[in-house]
Design a protein around this ligand. Structure first.
Ligand code: AMP
Length: 214
């Protein structure tokens, strides 16, 4: 099963993607996580990506596409995978489709997690990320057992630079301009499924599993 998660930043697609990956035993491929790991490790890719990410801008397509195409060709992806945060532009979607077509494959589902902008800003200001392992939480919706400390690894939690209110506004406008057109792109391909992302996390997950088949 090959799945794409679509939705505005902060719509909860990362959280859902992780749960789906676990349930269906497929790799969760998050381009945001890949960039953050590269930043943490001080790689050239990380240095380049950071300058865009800190401003709420998209990393250029040429730094993203090959990375994802190489990843989905790996052995652990042979039974499917879930893409979270990719594609984010029409050229990215086209390059993914072309790479898959060359392998005789295509995506099965694009799940669009719908959340209005006003809810997004609210949600993202409460988001916290672990400086150690990158796990994300929310002060209200997904709190840690001990305030400010990661449940998974015990490291400190921070508000990511790209989750700060001014950057969130920028990311939302970038989303509307560059990523939202993908909704029609996948609708036209007949694989788009809309899900109401304003529901409780478990209800959103249930709606998605109903689409995918339990
Ligand atoms: P995310 O964690 O998916 O919200 O991604 C965080 C940031 O990484 C985004 O705001 C972009 O700057 C960058 N990024 C992640 N995925 C992509 C992508 N597919 N194309 C361009 N930039 C990306």
């Amino acid at each position: 099963m090959k799945i794409i998660m679509l939705g505005a930043p902060g719509a909860g697609k990362g959280t859902q993607a992780k749960k789906i990956a676990e349930k269906y035993q497929i790799p969760h491929i998050s381009t945001g996580d890949i960039f953050r790991a590269n930043i943490k490790n001080g790689t050239e890719l990380g240095k380049k990506a950071k300058t865009y990410m800190d401003q709420g801008l998209l990393v250029p397509d040429e730094l993203v596409c090959d990375l994802v195409v190489d990843r989905v060709k790996q052995e652990d992806c042979k039974n499917g995978y879930i893409l979270d945060g990719f594609p984010r532009t029409i050229p990215q979607a086209e390059s993914l489709d072309a790479a898959l077509a060359a392998l005789g494959e295509s995506m099965d589902y694009a799940i669009n997690v719908e959340v209005p902008d006003e809810n997004i800003v609210n949600r993202m200001s409460g988001r916290r990320a672990c400086v150690g392992c990158g796990a994300t939480y929310h002060v209200v919706y997904a709190p840690t057992k001990k305030e400010g400390i990661c449940d998974a690894c015990g490291a400190e939690l921070i508000l990511r630079d790209d989750d700060k209110p001014e950057t969130v506004q920028k990311r939302l406008s970038v989303y509307h301009e560059q990523t939202q057109p993908l909704i029609d792109y996948y609708r036209n391909k007949g694989i788009l499924k809309d899900v109401d992302g304003t529901m409780e996390m478990d209800a959103v997950f249930q709606a998605i599993t109903e689409i995918l088949g339990a």
